[in-house]
Unconditional design. Structure first.
Length: 111
C-alpha cells in the first residue's frame, strides 16, 4: 500500500474513521474498495479537520471518472469529526497494480 497519510491533528480515531469511510467506496467494475485498490495517493487530515484526498482512477477514461471522486468526498464528508473534504483527482503517477494491497491482489487474482 502506498497511501501517504499526514495526520496533523494526531487524532488516530479520526484517521481510522476516514480510512474506513473510504473503504466503503467501490469502483463498480472491480470488487475491491478504492483504498485497497490503491487509488488513494494522499490523505491529509488538517488541523481544522478538513480532509484533503489526492486520488486517481484505474485509467484516465474510466467510466466512473465523474462519479467516484464525489463518492469518496461524500463518504468522508459524512464521517464524524470531519469538517470539510477536498478531493483532487490526478493521473500522475498513473495507476498500476503494484499500488494495490495484498488483499486486493489476492481478490483480483494477481497473487
Amino acid at each position: 500500500m502506498h497511501t501517504v497519510i499526514e495526520n496533523h491533528t494526531g487524532d488516530q480515531d479520526l484517521e481510522a474513521r476516514v480510512i474506513d469511510a473510504i473503504r466503503e467506496v467501490y469502483d463498480p467494475e472491480i470488487p475491491v474498495n478504492v483504498f485497497d485498490l490503491g487509488l488513494i495517493y494522499v490523505i491529509e487530515i488538517r488541523e481544522d479537520r478538513t480532509i484533503f484526498i489526492k486520488m486517481t482512477l484505474t485509467t484516465p477514461n474510466c467510466p466512473v471518472a465523474g462519479v467516484l471522486p464525489g463518492q469518496v468526498e461524500a463518504a468522508v464528508g459524512h464521517t464524524d469529526g470531519v469538517e470539510d473534504v477536498i478531493v483532487q483527482l490526478t493521473f500522475d503517477p498513473p495507476f498500476t497494480p503494484d499500488l494495490m494491497s495484498d488483499e486486493a491482489k489476492v481478490a483480483l487474482g494477481f497473487m
